[in-house]
Design a protein. Structure first.
Length: 402
């Protein structure tokens, strides 16, 4: 890790656990055989893959036969959505939400061009769904409901099992993007209403390039990648063995540390949040304060730009992320925060801090020490710090010019 880096952007990616790396490395050197080979050299690699599948199944409360290894969360989302539609060609309706990850939203938008109808459920000011809107949207033509478990920007957790019960009553397939939830929320697929669930290794201290898709036994599944017999014929392509071994070990570590790690992260998160709210005027938490991930806080600092805050934090070696997409070259605010109906004064100055079990008290202390000065200095540079109407007018003109 970069020297003196304070990493609070764990919803974007996590550091690889040293124990995960240690277990993974031999499969990049000594155990390089193909797990599908008939010889014993490949066979020992295949045994490692089987153990990893069992480790991940244990974290999910699933059977190992229900696990399909993928390359990432995006592949898992795509595979689940398209499999559900292929299994029910007579149905042409999909339900999702306005605050999904692009891996779901952009697939749904593409499917609209192919004759499918998509309902995008709205959220309230805390980012929560209205289950009555969901029920009213379900029809006999609904093939799939695809809804994230927890939002990556605000940490808001949806009532997944309540949603699932309603979906099952109407005979639709229920897919959940749980990329942000796995390892942070206890799961038990044996008692769940979820039919398919997506996860990604780099969100739970495994490396990038490995993920998994849970498919409940009995759910019809048509493969997204066609080719060889790997993954019981459900996902072709030679297995990413080092990644799979790493994901299995990461799953074992996450199960070992639950719930102690999440309780510790929650306490650190709450201390950071409460201290900043008390020390800095005109700021507020975005999202559901009760039903959210234990490691996530999204705070809106009024009358300043999130990009400026991030650049200032970076000078102290602090890594966070903005609730605004301005860091990717656009002045258009986050689609999640816009769907929540937040004012522009908050949208553009929203910062997400996301912790992990490697976050320390000293790191939180450092963020608490520098944030008030950063916000005060940036607001002092703004001619609109006490003029909300002027701020809104400036933002509107900026978007027009853009």
């Amino acid at each position: 890790m970069q020297k003196n880096c304070i990493y609070l952007d764990n919803n974007a990616t996590t550091q690889v656990d040293p124990e995960v790396l240690e277990v993974m490395l031999p499969y990049l050197t000594d155990y390089y055989g193909n797990p599908s080979s008939m010889h014993s050299f490949g066979g020992q690699v295949g045994k490692g893959v089987k153990i990893a599948r069992e480790q991940l199944a244990a974290l999910l409360g699933a059977d190992e036969s229900e696990i399909i290894f993928t390359s990432c969360g995006t592949e898992g989302d795509n595979a689940a959505i398209r499999a559900a539609l292929l299994a029910q060609p007579e149905k042409r309706h999909i339900i999702t939400t306005q605050v999904e990850h692009a891996a779901v939203l952009n697939v749904c938008k593409q499917l609209e061009t192919q004759g499918y109808s998509v309902t995008y459920l709205s959220v309230d000011s805390q980012g929560q769904l209205d289950l009555n809107e969901l029920e009213a949207s379900l029809t006999g033509n609904t093939a799939l409901v695809t809804i994230m478990y927890a939002n990556n920007e605000t940490g808001t957790v949806f009532p997944i099992e309540q949603i699932g019960l309603r979906v099952k009553e109407r005979g639709a397939i229920f897919h959940v993007d749980a990329v942000q939830a796995v390892g942070k929320i206890p799961l038990n697929m044996k008692t769940s209403t979820i039919d398919m669930l997506t996860l990604s290794g780099h969100k739970l201290h495994a490396p990038k390039g490995i993920g998994a898709l849970y498919v409940r036994r009995g759910v019809r599944f048509r493969p997204f990648l066609i080719g060889g017999h790997q993954e019981r014929g459900r996902r072709a392509g030679t297995e990413n063995v080092p990644g799979i071994i790493a994901l299995g070990k990461a799953a074992e570590m996450e199960l070992l540390h639950l719930p102690d790690a999440t309780n510790r992260e929650r306490k650190l998160r709450d201390r950071l949040e409460k201290t900043l709210l008390a020390a800095i005027p005109n700021c507020e938490v975005n999202g559901d304060p009760q039903h959210r991930l234990p490691n996530t806080t999204n705070i809106g600092f009024k009358y300043i730009e999130g990009e400026a805050i991030l650049l200032s934090l970076n000078k102290y070696g602090i890594c966070a992320s903005s609730g605004s997409a301005c860091t990717s070259g656009s002045l258009e605010p986050s689609h999640v925060l816009r769907a929540m109906g937040l004012p522009y004064t908050t949208l553009h100055g929203s910062i997400r801090f996301s912790l992990s079990r490697f976050t320390t008290d000293a790191e939180i202390d450092q963020v608490i020490a520098v944030m008030p000065e950063i916000v005060e200095r940036l607001r002092a540079l703004s001619p609109f710090k006490n003029d909300e109407a002027g701020w809104l007018q400036q933002q509107a003109q900026t978007l027009v010019n853009k």
